[in-house]
Ligand binder design. Structure first.
Ligand code: NAD
Ligand code: MG
Length: 390
């Protein structure tokens, strides 16, 4: 029986994970769940899965949750300490890291440090702390399995025991991207799109932050940086390919000319189940891919005028060091500004570009250093958001 902690249980990935777990009560026991704001949903999940711990943001939320859980054995913890405790607890085997944004960095690192099997959805933590993560994994022997559908696809297409330092005959990675809801919108209309339009992704149901990132294609840029760390690659080894159907989740090309792809319906339960059961295969609840109904698969090159955030992320990936930390922080602030109605959609890339422009690239030396760089970039981005306020 695998004891599982789900960080970000109330989110889209968290809910899909619980859906899979409920299909396999003989394999997985939910040890801890965390949620930030939706206390009633977290309470409902606790009643259903009876975890040993539930973690919320602060003492106020903890009080609210305790009231809703009267009579249940679940102990309520709060704050970053609570999250790190349930990520590193001796009793835990597997940690699903599905908090959105930089808030996931510390608990995900805590899980890696404690040698857990880490299922990584929280790409922002790897973008920020890539070197720290890789060093920590080497030291602790923890296993990191990618949940992001593209990285999970690449993982599935690489040979078993793939060694990043040897590249195992890999020539390049084809990282697929749907192009989001604005792939064909006239460029002049982009400035007036609303948060709800940006969050209406054509193929995937996701949280609001990653949905906006998909609309700007910053998501693909963060994924390119994520892939560099996970698979020991350089930005030059990765081609971003627009594939609007989201049926091929990414491809690996080998030096002999073979190209391996992983296909499936766009449903996150596939990569989640793959990683939960790896190296076995178990039922996920995902419908069979109807390849006949799919009929065609299209491919194209992303237009960087339409998607300047992708260009900025590639630039930050090439600069390396602290540049991705600043990129990620500025993007989180700008996306939040857009979702709050303070910025227009096209201002997101302006904020990120300005923060990167003034950022002096350094080599992050420690966790504290990463946090300092993140904080400074957030302050700079926030100033820009205030100056641009609509
Ligand atoms: P979501 O917004 O639906 O859920 C986010 C979760 O994080 C919620 O449980 C929320 O309570 C928690 N959270 C938010 N802020 C927090 C904070 N400050 N402290 C503690 N907890 C906090 O997001 P999602 O779509 O489930 O995405 C989660 C992560 O997975 C993101 O990093 C995203 O990039 C990645 N991801 C998501 C998908 C997808 O299909 N949804 C696909 C690939 C990768
Ligand atoms: Mg993805």
């Amino acid at each position: 029986m695998q004891q599982l902690t789900i960080l970000g249980a109330t989110g889209s990935i968290g809910a899909s994970t619980l859906d899979v777990v409920a299909r396999h009560p003989d394999r997985f026991r939910v040890y801890a769940l965390s949620g930030n704001s939706r206390i009633s949903e977290l309470a409902e999940q606790c009643r259903r899965f009876n975890p040993r711990f539930a973690v919320v943001a602060d003492t106020h939320a903890a009080g609210q949750l305790r009231e809703q859980l009267l009579g249940l054995e679940t102990e309520v913890l709060w704050g970053m300490d609570g999250l790190c405790q349930v990520s590193s607890d001796k009793a835990v085997d597997v940690v699903m890291a599905a908090i959105v944004g930089a808030a996931g960095l510390l608990p995900t690192l805590a899980a890696a440090r404690s040698g857990k099997k880490v299922l990584l959805a929280n790409k922002e933590s790897l973008v920020m702390g890539g070197q720290l993560f890789m060093d920590t994994l080497r030291k602790s022997g923890a296993m990191l399995l990618p949940i992001d559908s593209e990285h999970n696809a690449i993982f599935q297409c690489l040979p078993p025991g793939y060694d990043a330092s040897e590249k195992s005959g890999v020539r390049k990675i084809l990282l697929t991207a749907s192009g989001g809801p604005f792939r064909n919108l006239p460029l002049a209309d982009l400035s007036a799109v609303t948060p709800d339009q940006a969050c209406a992704h054509p193929n995937w149901q996701m949280g609001r932050k990653i949905s906006v990132d998909s609309a700007t294609m910053m998501n693909k840029g963060l994924e390119l940086i994520e892939a560099c760390w996970l698979f020991g690659l350089s930005p030059q080894d990765i081609d971003v390919v627009i594939h609007p159907q989201s049926v091929i989740h990414s491809m690996v090309e080998y030096v002999d000319g073979s190209v391996l792809a992983q296909l499936g319906n766009p449903d996150m339960r596939t990569p989640i189940t793959h990683a939960l059961a790896w190296p076995e295969r178990i039922e996920s609840g995902v419908a069979s891919l109807d390849i006949i109904a799919t009929a065609r698969l299209d491919f194209g090159v992303p237009d960087l005028r339409r998607f300047p955030c992708l260009g900025l992320a590639i630039q930050a990936a090439k600069e390396g060091g602290s540049a991705p930390v600043a990129l990620n922080a500025a993007n989180e602030v700008a996306v939040d500004g857009f979702l709050q109605g303070e910025l227009s959609f096209i201002d997101i890339s302006r904020v990120v570009a300005d923060v990167l422009e003034s950022h002096e690239v350094a080599e992050p030396e420690s966790l504290e250093h990463v946090q300092q760089i993140d904080k400074k970039a957030r302050e700079d981005a926030l100033k820009l958001v205030h100056s641009m306020r609509q």
